[in-house]
Design a protein around this ligand. Sequence first.
Ligand SMILES: Nc1ncnc2c1ncn2[C@@H]1O[C@H](COP(=O)(O)OP(=O)(O)OP(=O)(O)O)[C@@H](O)[C@H]1O
Ligand SMILES: Cc1cn([C@H]2C[C@H](O)[C@@H](COP(=O)(O)O)O2)c(=O)[nH]c1=O
Length: 694
Amino acid sequence: MLGVASLGDWLGLLATSVFAATQVESDAAKGLAFGGVIAVRLLPALVLGPIAGILADRFDRRYTMVICDLLRFVLFASIPLVALLGASGGVTVTWAAVATFLIEAVTLIWIPAKEAAVPNLIPRARLEVSNQLTLITTYGITPVLAAAVLAALDRTVRGISSGEPPAWVEPAQLALYFNSLSRLATALVVFFGIKEISGRGGRPDGPGQSVMKQFVEGWRFIGKTPLVRGLVLGIFGAFAGGGIVIGTARFFTNSLSAGDAAFYLLFGSIFVGLAIGIGLGPMVIRELSRRRWFGMSIVLASASVLLLAAAIHLSMAILGAILVGAGAGMAFLAGTTLLGGEIADEVRGRVFAVVQTGTRIVLMLAISLSSLLVGVGGSRELRIADLGISISSTRLLLLAAGVFGIFAGISAFRQMDDKPGVPVLPDLWGSVRGRPLSVGESFARSGLFVVFEGGEGAGKSTQVNRLAAAVGEQGHEVVVTREPGATDIGVRIRTLLLSDGSGPSAPSPRAEALLYAADRAHHVATVVRPALARGAVVVSDRYVDSSLAYQGAGRTLPVDEVSWLSSWATGGLKPDLVVLLDVDPAVGLARAAGRGTAADRLESESVAFHERVRYAFLDLAAADPKRYLVLDAALPADDIARAVAARVTELLAGHGTDPGDRTRADGETEPVRPPKPPQDDRMSMADNAVEAGR
Ligand SMILES: Nc1ncnc2c1ncn2[C@@H]1O[C@H](COP(=O)(O)OP(=O)(O)OP(=O)(O)O)[C@@H](O)[C@H]1O
Ligand SMILES: Cc1cn([C@H]2C[C@H](O)[C@@H](COP(=O)(O)O)O2)c(=O)[nH]c1=O
């Protein structure tokens, strides 16, 4: 229904402007009448914007919408009726302007009421799809359809009446009647069919509060809430950039030595981009945080304005215009969805009102000022040799708009980011592939986390115990642990993983990866994190790298997926030091066999499997040399122990881990010193993904 009404509105805007222009004779008067109607349509935003939001938050939104639509029904119908009743051209144009002003004023009240009501009617998960449909219908399909319908009406009517049609069947008048009736229909549907719009639970800011207080509170809310501030800033920035592109488009096509057709092509390209952004954007970015998407889209749109500014050929300019549209469309979709989904019902109307008023004003100012500026400065341009590039004021203005937009996008991103610390591009890439990165769990960590990694029989258990003894002698609490099997649940998982023989009883590679991840999740949550939070030195026999090497390289599962799984399991906890004992598989397996116990399921894998595991460990270490200590496992155990102890002692000193602060292993507490500032251990999934990839 709203789609039909939107078609009616576009028809109305075009028809009113055309209608006003046809009522006067001279070209200048026609231009003035046409432009005047559009200007009048935008002006009320200045006056009524602030009040509209308060009405939307103060009164029953259904009644507000119905009354507004009934008023619009009457006003639209009145425009052609005045002419039919025999009023002069001047009176008719004046009434068209007055009625348009009133229609716009009423629309300004209707929109925040409707926008604020929609999120209450649609489940949050469906809000984006609903906004997608609304935006595509309102800005994509209906303006084009409106122009086409108007043209078709004109042809048909002139065809039927073979010449000048009677006044009452003038296409512009028919379109106005259609617009009028579409508003009546909307009023009836909202009144009788969508009673839920009234059903808001509680209105704390309702009539009990003064209008002025509501007004002030609305602005205070916008100013003080980073999400809303970021959204408003970003949307205004995007509209300013868009306005400058529109305002300079004609001069810009001149600077490309392209004609009027190129101007329309560029204009159309922006709309094609809008449709692509709104229609396909969510499909491409999938699980990306909508807050991040919003900021990134503004940056994309603005960077594309820079591309436009630098365009030396029409094809480049068209690409730039499509990208500007795509970025703006995605920002608009993300912005409206965030506004609808994340802002409380009682202030939503005011926020929507500020956005709609602000965007109109920003757009109007940007279009008029930019066209004025390029008009004044257009004559000054610098041509660069034979390249066909002219550095005109148009390009400089586009450049400024692009740079300004990028700043607005980055600033909006910073204010709204819900994944601080998670690197942007890997997050975007991960989301596109369906695996967004998540924010690491934060906890106060004052201990040290040391992990031993390596192939079978490398001597890890031997060295874990040697290190534990050395660190314990220095008076630190040491927690010796391992994967898999450090907890009760872990012991059961270990049995499932290692004891069950081959064939159908053995876990499949993915099940194996999940079982190791499950063991790790429980281990980290119940053993490692609490120990680190206490300030203990945690020494673990194997951790995440074993999964990357064995399940990733060994079983040839995608390493980044295994990495993502482990990062999810650990909440992003990374070791401070990984000691890699590098061993030739033949040597290591022989040592393990020398222990006299039967080979477990993984030890029984082929030498080629263990070779892949070995080189995966070495690759991981090479990618992050600062965090790894790689030692030749063929060295005597004492030499290895000395090298490890030296590195850990160094780390403990640099880490500020002082035995005096620790709770002792026997449970007695040493005298308490002022606590150290907690170390923020937040880490994104990306860190591990990067680790894995290196
Ligand atoms: N540096 C070394 N040189 C020679 N032998 C060693 C060395 N370190 C350990 N060993 C011996 O190798 C065997 C395997 O050692 P250990 O159990 O410590 O290895 P691991 O890496 O923990 O093995 P797994 O991966 O199977 O758990 C043991 O018999 C141990 O005494
Ligand atoms: C943590 C982890 C381990 N594995 C493998 C590596 C070994 O073959 C066994 C563990 O035995 P160990 O005697 O305790 O070293 O499990 C793995 O494949 N993936 C992992 O994440």
